[in-house]
Write a protein that binds this ligand. Structure first.
Ligand code: AMP
Ligand code: GLY
Length: 417
């Protein structure tokens, strides 16, 4: 089967790697892909937002299945385009993708279907926003309504910081159209958990959980990033809390009811970001796609044939029993460019990578001489699996130690539980 994966990151590399293990023969193309995907699959140099050329390529190559990785093309309606052309495509249509495209829309959905979430206030008006923060407790969370590559959320610990953020977003338009309105939200304390669900005609089939590390530096310090480390644990009596699981199951039921009542026609992935406080889950955010780097540890733990899972999802027939998971733990450490998520040096050489290891490429390319170089903020995610999390962590850092590049850095405390 000819498959086109749209995207260039570690998530897309992991999807390609897992699809390549299908029982059926597959021919995998990535647009645009990266240096890691180039070695095992076929990269096609088309940007993820160049819809005309992507469709043209799919029709010319007789692509039978398209998988869309990132949120930008999803929110801009790429799925609708392939559907109209009669090509099977994995991902939500433009209407369903609004659950990620607008944080205000997500809040309206959560509140309407009584799904636990932080109290919030949405406005496009600076004076109203300022009046709201003046009477709110600190810290307070200010979010740009639209897509910001994980950088549109600011946790403000002082009134001054909150005012500066509001000014940046609403008056100075430092975030462009993404912050034409802001969602101001109560700060939630606790720990985060990502739950990715396959959505098969509005029915949620959850994967096992993954824990993402969003902050740039050890000890959860520094600015928010797209995610610089991750682990996934098998479900065992030690790793599960029955009361919390029951609550999350109820939340999934409420989300399904909402999707159906709002007449969504959702096929793809719903990624639910939870904050767990005192054993209670609240929804922080929705994404309508696989997480990055969550995918890099979840797919290596998935034992089922991913191609079949995609097909069943699109047929509306996926069941929880279609997903089987390895009993091993997986840890991924993201090597990222020094300075990320701020400004960083790009196109810096990476020395040769260890052979035979599971290393997903997030942002790499090759120069004219064929030298592997960095190409983005997040660069490489070595992943290791083992029977327990400590061994997986040690093995992942052993891989990190074998990767050398002048511009690369990483957190040293991923999966240090
Ligand atoms: P979001 O894109 O909405 O998930 O926000 C990105 C990150 O900001 C989350 O993963 C959290 O780490 C943090 N965050 C968002 N909303 C809140 C909140 N209400 N309370 C505390 N932290 C939050
Ligand atoms: N790792 C978080 C995300 O993919 O949005």
């Amino acid at each position: 089967m000819k498959i086109l994966i749209i995207g260039a990151g570690g998530r897309e590399h992991a999807i390609a790697w897992k699809l390549a293990q299908s029982n059926r023969p597959v021919d995998i193309f990535l647009a645009p892909g990266n240096a890691g995907t180039a070695s095992d699959y076929t990269n096609v140099p088309i940007d993820v937002m160049d819809f005309d050329r992507l469709l043209d390529f799919a029709l010319t190559e007789a692509i039978e299945l398209v998988i869309v990785g990132p949120e930008d093309p999803l929110c801009a309606g790429i799925v609708d385009l392939f559907q109209e052309a009669g090509i099977a495509v994995f991902g939500p249509d433009k209407i369903s993708a609004q659950l990620e495209a607008s944080k205000d829309l997500t809040k309206q959905f959560l509140n309407k279907y009584q799904i636990p979430t932080a109290n919030s206030f949405t406005t496009a008006d600076y004076a109203q926003a300022k009046a709201y923060i003046n009477q709110a407790d600190l810290p307070i969370v200010i979010k740009a309504d639209g897509l910001c590559k994980g950088k549109g959320v600011v946790i403000c610990h002082s009134l001054e910081a909150a005012e500066t953020t509001l000014k940046d977003m609403l008056l100075d338009q430092s975030f462009g159209d993404s912050a034409s309105q802001v969602v101001i939200e109560d700060y939630l304390d606790g720990y985060e958990q990502s739950l990715l669900c396959f959505v098969s005609n509005n029915q949620l089939v959850p994967m096992e959980t993954a824990q993402d590390y969003k902050k740039a530096f050890d000890g959860d310090l520094g600015p928010n990033t797209g995610g610089v480390g991750v682990y996934s644990l098998p479900r065992t009596p030690e790793t599960t809390d029955p009361a919390l699981e029951a609550q999350i199951k109820a939340i999934l039921g409420q989300i399904e009811r909402g999707l159906i009542a709002e007449k969504f026609s959702f096929y793809g992935i719903l990624f639910i970001g939870f904050m767990i406080q005192d054993g209670q889950a609240k929804v922080l955010e929705f994404n309508v796609r696989f997480g990055d780097p969550e995918t890099e540890v979840l797919l290596p733990r998935l034992e089922s044939d991913l191609l079949t899972v995609f097909e069943k999802t699109l047929a509306g027939t996926l069941k929880p029993t279609d997903l089987t998971w390895s009993k091993q733990a997986a840890v991924g450490v993201v090597l990222y460019s020094k300075g990320y998520p701020g400004a960083y040096d790009n196109h810096v050489a990476i020395e040769s990578l260890p052979e035979g290891a599971l290393i997903f490429h997030n942002g790499t390319t090759t120069d004219e001489a064929g030298q592997l170089i960095t190409n983005g903020g997040r660069v490489l995610t070595p992943v290791a699996l083992a029977d327990d999390i400590q061994s997986a962590r040690q093995a992942a850092y052993k891989l990190v130690d074998q990767i050398h590049g002048a511009s690369l850095t990483y957190r040293t405390d991923i999966a240090k539980l």
